[in-house]
Design a protein around this ligand. Structure first.
Ligand code: SAJ
Length: 426
């Protein structure tokens, strides 16, 4: 089958490689010509993903995958483009305190990708939306836009096929994870499922499009609410002078309890975004979801408060942040709490340096950014930070203050090296 995939991002590109490897002829399309050019030069724009480089090299060299900036006729079209939310204001405090219902889904990329394929869509083609969207988008926006472009959609097979992959384990999860596929008609669901069965080894469940759209949002909202519960108990434990990490570890020994981990906030373009799509669909029925978002969105303020408690009556002027990425051992700073905390500190006139070994612009020599720092904030639990030698760090900083927002450092070792340490949740 010939497949045209719109969006060569961290979902579209690996999916294109897997479909090509499964015997399809795949054309990958992206409007970002820098991505297309780097792929033509054999350079991947997605790194730290095991097996992806080798798979890409194979499907490019055997010609089963080609990439360009324009769609073309195909038997199946997959739309895998971003669906961020609209930031009405880049003022960090404004963003933290904005009401939940003011966060709207930005479907601009979905609409433009749909318009781009319209001239090439033929009766009988399969059109699949992979992007995470508010319930109803597949029918109202994808089919609606195709109709606006003059396409007779009555003969199309249209479906929604959300992904569940965890960055850092993309290929394995795209192949192994179960998948939910929702068709606007049963035939569309079956046709989409048949296409994904060419590389998915997990169980494929077929339902209708709106159910599949909501299931995806439910999965990520579930995670956001449970992270908020962990964060709220971290605040309670600080108040009661209980070690939250010990308490949650003990609570998790219950066969039906599974606390997630407290942290400096929720980043990434999924968990931090998708719950708002549910709020947008049912603003008066989502008190818990909105409260959880508020709890998680305000964690960066709490980390700044921990720093100010640690500095006492000698305000710090230079802070070093360990970790720009929104989560451990990946290089992605979208909606990252680390960068929000940096903005909050800079708004107080504090000089902030950010280090991250997974993101090129922050991958400066660690000792250079530690030198002279008056306080360290460990905000991303990259494995490399958990193994830092506190005595080596002590030699570099001008004041031994550490806030650990991920509960990963050894309190005894850092205190023995002369640090005053605040651990979130303790
Ligand atoms: N986080 C915590 N505590 C935790 C877990 C996560 O504070 O216990 C924070 C992380 O530090 C990060 C954010 O939440 O800032 C999101 O982290 P994540 O581990 O949920 O990872 P994502 O957003 O990369 O992936 C999620 C996954 N969804 C679920 O686990 C339900 C993934 O399967 C989805 O495919 C992905 O969203 C997506 O694309 O929707």
């Amino acid at each position: 089958m010939k497949v045209c995939i719109m969006g060569m991002g961290y979902i579209g590109f690996p999916t294109a490689c897997l479909l090509a490897n499964a015997g399809h002829h795949v054309v990958g399309v992206d409007v970002n010509t820098a991505i297309i050019n780097s792929l033509h030069e054999g350079q991947l724009h997605i790194v730290n993903e095991e097996g992806l480089a080798a798979l890409a090299q194979k499907v490019f060299s055997d010609g089963s995958l080609t990439v360009c900036d324009q769609p073309s006729r195909a038997d199946a079209f997959i739309i895998a483009v971003p669906t961020p939310f609209k930031h009405s204001n880049d003022n960090i405090r404004e963003r933290i305190f904005r009401p939940e219902a003011s966060y709207q889904a930005d479907l601009g990329y979905v609409i433009s990708a749909t318009r781009a394929i319209a001239p090439f869509v033929q009766p009988g083609n399969l059109v699949i939306l992979e992007s995470t969207v508010p319930p109803g988008t597949t029918e109202e926006v994808v089919v609606g836009t195709l109709r606006e472009e003059g396409v007779d959609t009555s003969q199309l097979l249209v479906a929604h096929a959300p992904e569940r992959v965890l960055p850092g384990n993309l290929l394995a999860e795209l192949v192994q994870n179960d998948r939910v596929i929702g068709g606007l008609t049963p035939a569309a669901g079956e046709a989409a499922a048949a296409l994904y069965r060419s590389f998915v080894r997990g169980c494929i469940s077929i339902t209708d499009a709106k159910t599949a759209e909501l299931v995806k949002l439910m999965e990520n909202t579930y995670r956001d609410v449970n992270i908020a519960l962990a964060n709220e108990f971290a605040l309670v434990c600080e108040h009661l002078k209980v070690n939250a990490w010990e308490a949650m570890s003990l609570a998790n020994r219950h066969p039906r309890v599974q606390f997630l981990r407290p942290g400096p906030g929720v980043g990434g373009h999924c968990i931090a975004v998708d719950p708002y799509f549910v709020v947008e669909a049912a603003p008066t029925l989502t008190d818990l979801i909105q409260t959880a978002r508020r709890i998680n969105r305000r964690m960066p303020l709490h980390v700044v408060k921990l720093l100010h408690e640690l500095e006492g009556n000698q305000p710090v002027q230079r802070v070093a942040i360990l970790g720009a990425s929104y989560k451990a051992d990946v290089g992605d700073d979208r909606e990252s709490p680390s960068l929000e905390i940096a903005q909050l500190l800079e708004s107080e006139g504090i000089e902030v340096k950010v280090h991250d070994p997974f993101i090129a612009r922050y991958n400066l020599p660690l000792e250079d950014m530690l030198r002279g720092a008056e306080a360290l904030l460990l905000l991303t639990d990259h494995a490399v930070y958990a193994s830092l030698d506190p005595n080596w760090v002590r030699e570099l900083v001008s004041r031994p203050l550490l806030v650990d927002a991920r509960g990963v450092v050894s309190l005894d070792n850092w205190c023995a090296a002369g640090f005053q340490v605040k651990i979130l949740g303790c």
